[in-house]
Design a protein around this ligand. Structure first.
Ligand SMILES: C[S@@+](CC[C@H](N)C(=O)[O-])C[C@H]1O[C@@H](n2cnc3c(N)ncnc32)[C@H](O)[C@@H]1O
Length: 261
């Protein structure tokens, strides 16, 4: 059996609990740095909701958007499969006294049950889905007024390309779904969506800690049984560290459409 990286196994490694821990820390830090209520995504959601509107937050994470939406009086369904993320989410719900406004569903999207709300949105989640078309179809079925997706424009795993070549020269490095593939997918589904591109400054302080980065990459590259390869990887990472920690811009697309048109 080859140790080639398949879509499924690298995805499960990216979504492993150590990575989720880093992701949760980063999302909490981001919610403190930037008030989610001031973000273009929050505003894109809220404009389709009246008072006490209903909204499904698909892959709610630590509740960066679910919490402020509930604070604004919305009734939120937060779909979140990761136990690590839910721990943070449930903690914030209690801390903010809004537990009655958020219904947490501990499952991946799409759900087996039928769910309906004014708005269904998903922020930086669809790139983890094994079937984006099914993911989008289920959003369309659930939303009465608007479907909204936030997705990376620039490849978040772009840095893997060079590392991959060294250890697996005959394989293509894993890549995440980004705007340039997602928009044509929507068009092929007959969905002509509005898209806004926003630019944000990458915060190098929110980079993954070096030891966590190394263990994630060792796992992804499947090199843990080769101490030689592990030290080679460390050398490469030290060389790239300065470049990776430079301030730079990253772009996000906010894609929004009326379901069933
Ligand atoms: C980068 S985080 C984004 C969290 C949140 N939406 C935000 O923007 O703050 C990705 C989240 O998607 C969740 N996730 C991954 N696959 C999912 C799926 N199929 N359905 C729902 N959530 C999923 C992960 O557990 C994680 O919480």
């Amino acid at each position: 059996m080859s140790d080639a990286v398949t879509e499924e196994n690298w995805m499960s490694k990216v979504l492993s609990s150590p990575v989720m821990k880093t992701m949760a820390e980063n999302l909490n830090a981001s919610a403190i740095e930037t008030d989610p209520k001031s973000t273009p995504l929050f505003n894109a959601i809220i404009r389709y909701l009246g008072s006490e509107g209903t909204v499904i937050d698909i892959g709610a994470g630590v509740g960066r958007f679910a919490i402020p939406l509930a604070q604004e009086g919305m009734n939120v369904t937060a779909v979140e499969p990761s136990e690590e993320m839910r721990r943070h989410l449930l903690g914030s719900m209690e801390q903010n006294g809004i537990s009655s406004r958020i219904n947490v569903i501990p499952s991946p999207w799409p759900l087996d049950e039928d769910l309906h709300a004014d708005v269904a949105f998903s922020s930086f989640v669809i790139q983890f889905s094994p079937d984006p078309v099914k993911f989008i179809r289920a959003m369309e079925k659930s939303a009465n007024k608007r479907c909204i997706l936030a997705i990376h424009v620039d490849q978040p795993l772009g840095f893997l390309k060079d590392v991959w070549k060294v250890f697996h020269p005959s394989e293509t490095a894993p890549a995440m779904l980004t705007f340039s593939e997602l928009y044509p997918t929507l068009l092929n589904m007959g969905i002509i969506a509005d898209a806004t591109i926003i630019e944000e400054q990458f915060n190098p302080q929110r980079m993954m800690k070096p030891d966590r980065m190394i263990s994630m990459l060792v796992d992804l590259l499947n090199i843990k049984d080769s101490p030689q390869d592990v030290s080679k990887l460390k050398e490469i990472l030290v060389k790239h560290q300065q470049e990776a920690s430079q301030k730079r811009l990253f772009r996000t697309a906010i894609i929004s459409w009326q379901p069933g048109r």
